[in-house]
Design a protein. Structure first.
Length: 371
């Protein structure tokens, strides 16, 4: 996280990929092991806690009320990612990954609808192997970094908003214009709010597991149902969750960083390099189709302004913090809060959408690599 804030290369590759790269390096040097009960503990306990904590701000009524046409642009972008996945998988089915090919396609679809947290949720739900997760995250982060550079390059920085108060960030959130770094003011996080945020997440995860075990087949991941419960709770009790969203986001980000560390440590560099080329190609094609469909439908049919389409795409692929950071960097002041809110909607919805793609992908005829 310090590399992302203070160094040029860290800003370029982001804190998650920096963490993964460091863990991958020390593991392959023999400093830490490729497998450990510590990594299992992170995946089993901390990742499920991170998911609800990152969703504390997902009041659906607020998203609909405050996002305007950006919500439509975001929806078109989500559909464009689904189309991109359905087009890309038959052409590049990633047969070198074996049965993990369609699973990774689903996880990358989740990433490109709502951001990295959804990749984590789908990877955990579909039980993708640690080495494949490491390779997929590494390859996709390179593609995403290049794509963000492309979005910034084609955006018209002169197309600024009129004079308005910069009320774009939430009360507890400040966004670094360089990317996904999130900071919180001292008065927005307290020992009490941290404790409550963690306790509420524990309760939601436990309830999600109980309900999942009651109504779904044994062994089904509880993360999707936990996400639904969190979104419902945040929508029904917004005044309660607004007081713990900053603490929840801070703890959630730390837990997700630990996931990236464990994923990096579980990866052999030789295996990652072996699997990365097909993953890189799939991710690039998927995002390319996403952009083409988004711009064609968004501009050609709905006449949505280009800057809102670029911002919606950023929210799809990167999540709320990168989208709001782009709006601030481009001086689109009135779009900062909507960008943050539609990104949170992506957090809340992408996992379910991507998991629904799985049964479709396994039935698609493959026209690319020989299986």
């Amino acid at each position: 996280m310090s590399l992302e804030r203070k160094t040029t290369i860290g800003k370029a590759i982001s804190a998650p990929l920096s963490t993964m790269a460091l863990a991958l390096t020390v593991a392959n040097l023999g400093v830490i092991p490729f497998s450990s009960s510590v990594y299992s503990m992170i995946n089993q306990y901390l990742v499920p806690l991170a998911v609800p904590m990152l969703l504390y701000d997902s009041d659906i009524r607020r998203v609909i009320r405050d996002t305007g046409t950006l919500l439509l642009a975001f929806g078109v972008g989500a559909i464009a990612t689904v189309v991109g996945t359905l087009v890309s998988f038959p052409i590049l089915p990633m047969t070198s990954l074996g049965d993990d090919g369609w699973r990774v396609a689903c996880a990358l679809a989740a990433r490109h609808i709502g951001g990295a947290i959804n990749f984590v949720a789908v990877a955990e739900t579909l039980q993708i192997s640690g080495t494949v997760v490491s390779a997929a995250i590494a390859a996709d982060n390179v593609v995403v970094a290049l794509y963000f550079a492309f979005l910034f390059a084609i955006s018209n920085a002169d197309q600024v908003d009129g004079p308005s108060s910069d009320s774009g960030t939430s009360d507890a959130l400040e966004l670094d214009a360089s990317g996904s770094e999130v900071e919180y003011s001292e008065d927005s996080i307290s020992l009490s709010s941290l404790g409550i945020a963690l306790s509420v997440a524990s309760g939601l995860v436990t309830t999600g597991r109980i309900l999942t075990n009651s109504v779904l087949p044994l062994g089904t991941s509880a993360l999707p149902l936990t996400s639904v419960l969190t979104v419902a709770a945040a929508t029904i009790f917004p005044k309660f969750f607004v007081n713990i969203r900053a603490a929840g986001s801070a703890l959630g980000i730390l837990c997700i960083q630990m996931f990236f560390a464990a994923s990096g440590a579980a990866g052999s560099i030789s295996l990652v390099m072996q699997k990365a080329p097909s993953l890189f190609a799939f991710s690039a094609l998927q995002i390319g189709v996403h952009f083409g469909v988004l711009m064609s439908v968004g501009r050609g049919i709905f006449r949505i302004p280009s800057k809102e389409l670029y911002l919606a795409s950023n929210a799809n692929v990167g999540g709320p913090t990168t989208a709001a950071a782009m709006a601030k960097a481009k001086d689109w002041k009135s779009l900062v809060l909507p960008a943050l809110l539609v990104g949170i909607l992506g957090y809340a919805s992408a996992t379910a959408i991507a998991l629904a793609l799985g049964p479709i992908l396994v039935r698609l005829p493959l026209i690319g690599e020989k299986s």
